[in-house]
Every structure is written in C-alpha cells, then in structure tokens.
Design a protein around this ligand. Sequence first.
Ligand SMILES: Nc1nc2c(ncn2[C@@H]2O[C@H](COP(=O)(O)OP(=O)(O)OP(=O)(O)O)[C@@H](O)[C@H]2O)c(=O)[nH]1
Length: 273
Amino acid sequence: MGSMIFTEEEVRYYQALLSWEPRDEDDEDHIREKSLPLEMPAGQFMFLVLGSKGCGKTSILDRFCHGTFTGEDRPPDADEEGRGYRHKVRVEDRVYILDALELPPEHLSSEERLRQAVRITEAAVLVYDVRSRASFDLARTVHRLVRDAVGEARAYGLALVGSHADCGDEAREVSWAEGSGLAAGFGCGLFLETSARTGENVDELFARLGEEALRLRWLNYQRREQAERLSAATLEEDAVGKTSPVKRLARWRSWARPWFQRRLGERKMSSPY
Ligand SMILES: Nc1nc2c(ncn2[C@@H]2O[C@H](COP(=O)(O)OP(=O)(O)OP(=O)(O)O)[C@@H](O)[C@H]2O)c(=O)[nH]1
C-alpha cells in the first residue's frame, strides 16, 4: 500500500477513516476496551457501510464501536465525506483492527465516489430498515452499483443487513424470509437482522464479515498467483517460439507422434502384406 498513489478524494476518505479518536469520557468504551485481551492485532479490515438515508448505519457502528445507542434523538449525520470508525474485532481467535467507513447516502448517486470507496475497502455492509420497503428496494440498486464498482477481477465481500429488528410485527414491512432471499439472490452468504437498540447480531455481523474477508483475501491471492503463473507461462512460450523454431518443431512432433503412431498401427493391421 505504501507505494500506491491516491487521488485527493481517496486521501479525504482516508482522513475520514483515520479521524477516529478514543473518547476518554465514554465509560462504556473503557469497559469494552478492557474486556478485550491485550494482544497485538493480527491485521486490519476495511469495510464500507452503506444504505438509504436513516436506515440505521451510524447506530450499528455506534453500537459496535462504543456499545451505545443514542435512540430517536440522534441527529442526522452532517459529515459530507463519510465517517470513519475503528474498533477491535476477534476473528478466528485473533484480534484485528476494523476500520469502517460509513458512506453518506448522497454519495450513492456518484459513481466516482462509490468506486473510490469500494477501492479502499474489502467488503461492504449493505443496510436496509426492516420497517421500510423503500430502503429494501434501494438495497437492490445499491448492490448493483457496488457490483459494477468492484468489477470482475476482485472478490469483494458483502453482508446484507436488515436493521431495526427490535421493531414489532406491526411496524415491519420486510420479512426475514424476503431479506434472506435477497441475500441469496446476491450470492451473498451473510444475511442478518440487527438491532442497534438491543445489540442483537451487531458484534456477530462484524466478526462474520471478518471471516469472510479473510476467505476472500485467500481467494484473491490464489487468483493473482494463477494469473501470474499463466502470464509467466505465456511469456516463456513466446520466448521459445521466437528464439527456437527447432524447439517449436520438436514440440509439434511430440504432440503429433501419438496420432501418427495410431495411423501407422491401423495401416499395419489392415495391410495384406
Ligand atoms: N429501535 C431502533 N431504532 C434504531 C435502530 N437503528 C437505528 N435506529 C434509529 O433510527 C434512526 C436513524 O438511525 P441512524 O443510525 O442515524 O441512521 P443512518 O443510516 O446513519 O442515517 P443517515 O446517516 O442520516 O443516513 C435514529 O433515530 C436511530 O436511533 C434499531 O436497530 N432499533
């Protein structure tokens, strides 16, 4: 990463990510920090959190990072460049630093901003509100935008999340089965309904997405290795072809030999002599 050159936009995203500071006055933070063992982090994850306006993105991140829930009084986010969060997460028995970038919904209409956010992250948490069919419908569109931004060359993680799981049945507009079906349609194995109010599934969401990110890193690594092996083999073949027509002929003969031998054998069998 050290050798990469970032655009101004990317630098701003990074600044948003890195603007996190521990809040000394927050007692619950201390309790959560103390409850995690002192251990060197095994690595870092970078996740994107996105969804429609007011679907509960900040509340999920507040619950995860600070263990708090602000409730109905929470003012809408004013940060234009997105908000960065950092917290520890335990994945496969090791501690990792998790950086999460909350993408303001306005940025969803900018292909460029979304592309940049996707480029600096390795997985996305796509949130809708189970009380809002509109937010669920928007999740489909956002998924398409993210998929286009990721492209074919890279495996990128995704978790579909229905927030406000604590709401009663009468407030619900989207069922668990619909959410699970949409996630399956996306080809995404991680679907959860969460409640920032009660904390239901919030820690589990990030731990499981961490597991998925590790799996995808390995997959991306294998893909790169395979691509490198293929291009090295092609280069070698080109070099052989250019420098040694004799070797090329020899190889052609070796491929053709079994065919000639078969033909020869057939002829011998059918020959009256
Ligand atoms: N009961 C309940 N309320 C929630 C939950 N999640 C969020 N809220 C409330 O829903 C409102 C919107 O939540 P936010 O976290 O601000 O949503 P957001 O997606 O970050 O909003 P923007 O950043 O403005 O797009 C707030 O009043 C939250 O307190 C939840 O799981 N349960």
